[in-house]
Design a protein around this ligand. Structure first.
Ligand code: ADP
Ligand code: S3P
Ligand code: MG
Length: 186
């Protein structure tokens, strides 16, 4: 087991929890959005406007294909788990946690954000439709579903750290690890 990926809808806490989890576990943390912004020298809204959403999606896949082989924590962007290729790449590289937050919480957190182009161009009901449309893909991508409702950032972080610890073990044979992964809660 190498990387730990956090997936889920915009505002579910991937970036905030990734940072805390990194502090807690002493593993390096990378935010895919931030990496793409650094590489292109453009903001996410600028990338969407200049190249279109599909090119941004290709950048995300490119990141998963090429990012260095290092034990680390990665906060994905909310659209990453939609491509089957991306789901396969993440699951092959380590553990995937889906931060499952209720839409009410999500909307409260993202409604006024200027840095999420999909929120900028959509109404509340369009975002809610997208939330439901994407839900199964997040679930499919994940080894663990983490319910975040009424849980603080620290509580969610602790829970993920606990599951990481439970799944780790340098002495695991490939067979033992496979068994653990298969019995991981869905
Ligand atoms: N469980 C939680 N409790 C309280 N605040 C949260 C929780 N999860 C996320 N937040 C807050 O919601 C906002 C959006 O979170 P963020 O990490 O940017 O989401 P994402 O990266 O998944 O889009 C941040 O201000 C974050 O601190
Ligand atoms: O859900 C999405 O399609 C997106 C989510 C964003 O990341 P967060 O999930 O961190 O907000 C960012 O990648 C981009 O605005 C597109
Ligand atoms: Mg984020």
């Amino acid at each position: 087991m190498n990387k730990v990926y956090l997936v889920g809808f915009m505002g579910c806490g991937k970036s905030a929890i990734g940072k805390r989890l990194s502090f807690f576990t002493k593993l390096p943390f990378y935010d895919m959005d931030h990496e793409i912004v650094q590489k292109t020298g453009m903001t996410i809204p600028q990338i969407f406007e200049t190249y279109g959403e599909e090119r941004f999606r290709d950048m995300e896949t490119e990141f998963l294909q090429t990012f260095r082989d290092e034990k680390c924590i990665i906060a994905t962007g909310g659209g990453v788990a939609m491509r089957e290729e991306n789901r396969k790449l993440m699951r092959a590289q380590g553990l995937v946690f889906f931060l499952d937050a209720p839409f009410r919480d999500i909307w409260r957190r993202i409604a006024t954000d200027k840095n999420r182009p999909i929120v900028q161009r959509s109404s509340r009901s369009e975002i809610e439709t997208l939330f439901h449309k994407r839900y199964d893909a997040y679930k499919k991508s994940a080894h663990f579903v983490v319910l975040t409702k009424q849980r603080s950032l620290s509580k969610v972080t602790e829970y993920i750290a606990f599951q990481m610890e439970r799944m780790s073990g340098d002495s695991d044979t490939a067979q033992e690890f496979e068994t653990k992964m298969n019995s991981a809660q869905k």
